[in-house]
Design a protein around this ligand. Sequence first.
Ligand code: Z5A
Length: 211
Amino acid sequence: MSDARFITVEGIEGAGKSSCLAVIEALIRRRGHDLLVTREPGGTPLGEELRALLLGHRADGMSDDAELLLMFAARAEHLYRRIEPALAAGQWVLCDRFTDATYAYQGYGRGIDLARIATLETWVQGGRKPDLTLLLDLPVEQGLSRAGKRSAPDRFEREQTAFFERVRAGYLALAERSPQRYRVIDASRPLEPVAEDIATTFATWLDGDAR
Ligand code: Z5A
């Protein structure tokens, strides 16, 4: 049986996912594992086209249900073309966001019933879930301030603070519900201690309670 693992990284705007993904990637490669690094929405040619639709601005906006279904359409393609084949071939998968982002943003953020998301999750993923999810948690104001220093905001980044407060609370609720799978990292600190915490957390998970 393959010992490949599926690891996801989550967090609100400006949590520092990109920086932390590089740290985790280095840790996994250092242990000699073959690795696919990917992201959602995206990760395939069709998925990247859907990402552009999802993040882009339209004069007439986008309904919440359309947004939810496009997220899962991109995910179905991603699982079918990249994630499942990689895991089956023994390759580890490190993914920047996955279905927890749908619960957090479309569920807690937009207010879509979580049971409807769960139905789509079962349909698209069967029993597939990440083995480990690192949640980079920090206060919303701090995240928005970090993110604000970057380029022009996308459709999600233009949401108000209250939206991101709901998303953050949603992530923390998800982490509380699945303590076996989640590790919450205090991402409000400078990058160096955050990276050290990730390294320790990851090593402990790998050597201890991983499958
Ligand atoms: N979305 C959804 O709604 N539903 C779904 O199912 C999925 C996604 C899968 C795009 O995702 C949007 O899709 C996302 C949710 C939605 N929208 N939002 N918000 P994305 O992951 O591509 O977008 P993002 O959240 O903007 O991620 P990002 O670009 O990777 O940014 P980040 O997580 O904030 O990370 P960063 O670029 O590493 O850090 C931001 C800045 O802070 C940067 O200047 C860093 O140098 C700095 N930084 C990072 N860490 C630190 C520390 N520790 N101290 C100080 N400064 C730091």
